[in-house]
Write a protein that binds this ligand. Structure first.
Ligand SMILES: *Cc1c(COP(=O)(O)O)cnc(C)c1O
Length: 258
């Protein structure tokens, strides 16, 4: 399909030097994109996404200054958090979570970016209360309209945000989305604009609804566009760690294998 983004190959990062070099390169891309958009580069947080990357390599990433890592599968994240517990690193879960895994996330994660149901909010809150912890959360929005994507539809977001304050352990940070996977950057951009518009509408309705109003959007292939549209967190995997096997994204990354 002409519509699908062409895969870019990123060399694998293995050594501490590889990770430091890739971090510099991505930070430089962020700085250029921010400058073009007239924004302060410090207003954009880089969240490295380390899914599929083995723990021995992650040790080198942490040594190179990757202090928070994002994972899209809770089992993998939990295992890594346990095996790397001796390191100074914290964990963000950025992928869909089943309610019956809430206890795991409540136990180790600092941040959860894929909140998309009240059942899940309730399960997380209950587990967090029991653990005496709190959690930064982003509400995931399906801005592309693709059935294969998780997240609330845009018209559900305001009511959903209004229902969250009763979950006292959840600290709402803002909204998160995965854009359309397409080489047509204008259609990708439309997804980011939709997320920003929703954030602005929530703020206009009631500034307390959306905490600091963060926008988590943009990945290796599209984060410059996301920064141009106001991203405050970009989630970057392959440009830092190297390409994943294409099979992986087909089978796991996009739900239901599309
Ligand atoms: C894998 C993943 C990313 C990073 O994608 P890359 O193409 O590796 O930069 C970002 N967000 C989510 C939710 C992911 O699962």
């Amino acid at each position: 399909m002409s519509d699908v983004a062409q895969p870019i190959t990123y060399p694998p990062a293995i050594t501490v030097e590889d990770f430091a070099r890739n971090l510099d390169a991505v930070q430089a891309r962020i700085a250029r994109a921010a400058a073009r958009a007239g924004r302060d580069p410090r207003s954009v947080r880089l969240l490295p996404v380390s899914k599929t990357v083995a723990e021995d390599r992650l040790r080198n990433a942490v040594a190179a200054g990757y202090y928070r890592l994002g994972e899209n599968k809770v089992q993998e994240a939990k295992r890594k958090s346990e095996n790397l517990a001796d390191l100074d690193v914290s964990w963000a879960v950025v992928g869909h979570l089943q309610t019956n895994k809430a206890r795991d996330v409540a136990g180790f994660a600092a941040e959860f970016q894929a909140l998309d149901s009240l059942r899940l909010a309730e399960a997380l809150d209950r587990r967090l209360q029991a653990a005496g912890r709190s959690l930064d959360v982003f509400v995931q929005v399906n801005t592309s309209g693709e059935e294969s994507k998780y997240g609330l539809s845009p018209d559900e977001v305001l009511a959903f945000l209004a229902a969250l304050p009763r979950f006292e352990t959840l600290r709402v940070q803002g909204l998160m989305t995965l854009a359309l996977f397409s080489s047509d950057l204008e259609r990708v951009r439309a997804c980011f604009v939709r997320l920003r518009t929703l954030r602005d509408r929530a703020r206009d309705t009631d500034p307390d609804l959306i905490g600091p109003g963060e926008l988590s959007m943009g990945m290796s292939g599209d984060f410059e566009v996301a920064i141009d549209e106001g991203a405050t967190c970009v989630r970057v995997g392959q440009a830092l760690f190297g390409s994943r096997a294409p099979r992986y994204d087909e089978a796991h990354y996009w739900p239901s294998g599309t």
